[in-house]
Design a protein around this ligand. Structure first.
Ligand SMILES: [Zn+2]
Length: 566
């Protein structure tokens, strides 16, 4: 038995209803327990801010597309080099670091679980290989279904149960966690050099609309009782005037689940633009926030951008083409057979670019205008909006209107005519931040049931202790300290082991990969479905028997099991 006792912690644990109490936390064998035996090693938290381990519910850190981002920018690799130190390996890369670089940086910030935002099923092995090389975080993979031919045929035939069967088979085959729709229908249209421009546009050849794909997949998801909801990157990302598409998408979300949202919209900042060209782009965060505020069945993440250099990468191939036509820098494009696509380009977000300043404001506005922090999670769509190492800065901006005012003087002065940010005086508190960086993620992903995102008895002992004393700090005034505090934990504890201390990783990690497995009745088992097998063999370049990811790719994998209601 391995015991550990954390004493004098200033605990905020929203899922357990704890809003700031000095407490002791007892740990045994990686779990939170009532009491430790006498003689357990003690960590004195000294009244410091203590949260459950951080959870990133949308980040791109592993897989073919991330790796291609590394190839494309050797200058990025040079930017973030760190030397070998103790157990820490050499790392390199700033916006797309090596897997170990990502893992160490998350760990020193107190993050213990990360969801990879987009895994192409056909390329799942690469994602899982990189998961095993991201040792300090438990990993989950959103699995792309946006341009899946079998799914679109099921949508065309209005056969929700077949769509559910395809999802169940695919998640089981590729060890995926949840359904991801990236520009639904648009990634398939891009195979024909086209795109879709509203939720009512038709996808070439299949004759279905994004709205039909979204509605079918939400219902299929609930039939399978999957832990997470459908996770969507809406159509028209980054296009002036796209907020209407986002509102139309929100309108498609029924209220189907008692425990969580029915639809998770990711990086909503990129989907909240008014205007009709890059010259008159404006913030429509108020409209989006109003829609979210009136629909508890919807949850979002911010998709905050921060100024500086980064790399954009997405399954949304046509979007990256449009971005390339603006930047004329490097561009990569990729088609994933019957499933999806992708594109990558490096970008620079500048304080002198009015468009970039408007984008920066919108992300913050969403977090400040959405009343319930459980509906708006903090994320940058790492690395698209900014590398995740910018989270502490974003937290400080949300907690301090004084800091926002200081930033105002450093950006394009015209910005305030296009955004409401500087008229908002709301300042988030420690509890809001705890919700937006772990508790809401656990709830939205449906992983609180496996002991993630909280510190109740039986939960996984994933804990972040920050060098911040809420009793002595005024975050509105002391925003510099807030920023520094969230950048480096005093202790990051993963499954009961101290893995990082004062900004340094101190032991080798051993993560798990969590996936979802829905049991379906035999008549919905696609391994026995002659038509599915025939089409698979006909159109894929791989044989169906070679497609599933073998267990050896997930040395510490486990699944959340559900019973499908088919
Ligand atoms: Zn993303």
């Amino acid at each position: 038995m391995t015991d550990l006792l954390v004493k004098n912690a200033y605990v905020i644990d929203p899922l357990s209803g704890i809003r700031g109490e000095i407490m002791d936390i007892a740990i045994r064998d990686g779990k939170i327990v009532e009491d430790t035996g006498s003689g357990a090693p003690v960590i004195d938290a000294g009244g410091c801010l203590t949260f459950p381990g951080g959870i990133d519910s949308h980040s791109h850190v592993c897989g073919t597309k991330v790796n291609f981002g590394r190839y494309m920018s050797p200058e990025d690799m040079r930017a973030g080099r760190t030397a070998r130190k103790g157990v820490m390996r050499v790392t390199s890369g700033y916006s797309v670091p090596t897997t170990f670089g990502n893992s160490y940086r998350y760990s020193t910030m107190g993050y213990t679980t990360v969801l990879e935002g987009a895994m192409a099923p056909l390329e799942a092995r690469h994602t899982h290989e990189e998961f095993t090389a991201t040792p300090h975080q438990d990993m989950l993979a959103n699995t792309l279904f946006d341009g899946n031919w079998a799914i679109m045929e099921a949508v065309r035939d209005k056969d929700v149960k077949r769509a559910a069967a395809i999802v169940a088979w695919t998640l089981d085959a590729v060890k995926g966690f949840a359904i991801k729709l990236t520009n639904p229908g648009g990634t398939e249209a891009w195979g024909w050099g086209k795109d879709v421009h509203s939720v009512r546009d038709e996808v070439p050849y299949f004759g279905v609309t994004p709205a039909e794909i979204i509605e079918t997949m939400i219902r299929a998801n609930e039939l399978l009782n999957l832990p997470h909801s459908v996770h969507i990157h809406c159509n028209n990302l980054g296009v002036p005037g796209n907020y209407q598409t986002t509102l139309d998408t929100i309108d498609l979300a029924p209220d189907l689940n008692r425990n969580r949202q029915s639809l998770y919209l990711t990086h909503v900042q990129f989907h909240s633009y008014g205007g009709s060209t890059w010259r008159d782009i404006s913030s429509k965060s108020e409209d989006i926030a109003r829609a979210v505020n009136s629909r508890p069945q919807v949850a979002i993440d911010m998709g905050q951008i921060m100024f500086g250099r980064t790399t954009t990468m997405t399954a949304d191939g046509p979007m990256e083409w449009k971005l390339y036509m603006l930047h004329h820098n490097k561009w990569s494009n990729h088609d994933v057979e019957l499933e999806t696509g992708s594109g990558i380009i490096p970008v620079y977000y500048g304080r002198k670019s009015l468009v970039n300043c408007v984008m920066w404001a919108i992300g913050l506005e969403l977090a400040l205008l959405i009343n319930d922090p459980w509906q708006c999670m903090l994320a940058t769509d790492n690395p698209n909006g900014a590398p995740f190492v910018k989270y502490p800065e974003i937290i400080a901006l949300l907690m301090s209107s004084r800091y926002r005012d200081i930033e105002r003087s450093a950006i394009d002065p015209r910005t305030e005519h296009y955004v409401p940010l500087f008229a908002i005086d709301r300042e988030l508190d420690w509890y809001d931040i705890a919700v937006m960086t772990r508790a809401a993620q656990a709830k939205a992903l449906g992983i609180e049931r496996i002991g993630k995102g909280h510190l109740a008895e039986g939960a996984e002992a994933d804990i972040a202790i920050y060098p911040l004393k809420p009793d002595e700090l005024d975050p509105a005034a002391d925003y510099q300290q807030v920023m520094a505090g969230f950048a480096k934990t005093r202790y990051t504890i993963k499954r009961g082991r101290v893995v990082a201390r004062n900004g340094e990783v101190v032991v080798e990690g051993a993560n798990s990969t969590i996936w979802s497995r829905a049991d379906v009745p035999p008549e919905y088992d696609l391994n026995r479905d002659a038509e599915f097998v025939k089409k698979f063999e006909q159109y894929y370049t791989v044989r169906m028997r070679n497609y599933p990811v073998q267990d050896i790719y997930l040395p510490r994998g486990y699944f959340i099991s559900t019973e499908a209601s088919l």
